[in-house]
Design a protein around this ligand. Structure first.
Ligand code: ZN
Length: 69
């Protein structure tokens, strides 16, 4: 019998700074306060030129969520 487990891996997002997290802790603020309940995927390439980045206080290029619950 083959047990085939399908794991749905939801990207986790830092509740503190909204960064999309790959590892065990946030690379920006170092917390492990994550959420999988978020919406609005945002890729910031040049934070100084992005109005949305300014709005949600992003100063580093990277992947972020717009809304984190
Ligand atoms: Zn963070």
């Amino acid at each position: 019998m083959v047990a085939r487990r399908r794991e749905k891996v939801l990207p986790r997002v830092c509740r503190e700074c909204h960064a999309v997290v790959d590892g065990e802790s946030c690379m920006r603020c170092g917390t492990s306060n994550f959420s999988t309940d978020w919406s609005g995927y945002l890729v910031v390439i040049d934070p100084r030129r992005s109005e949305i980045a300014k709005k949600i206080n992003i100063d580093t290029a990277g992947r972020y969520a717009l809304k984190v619950r």
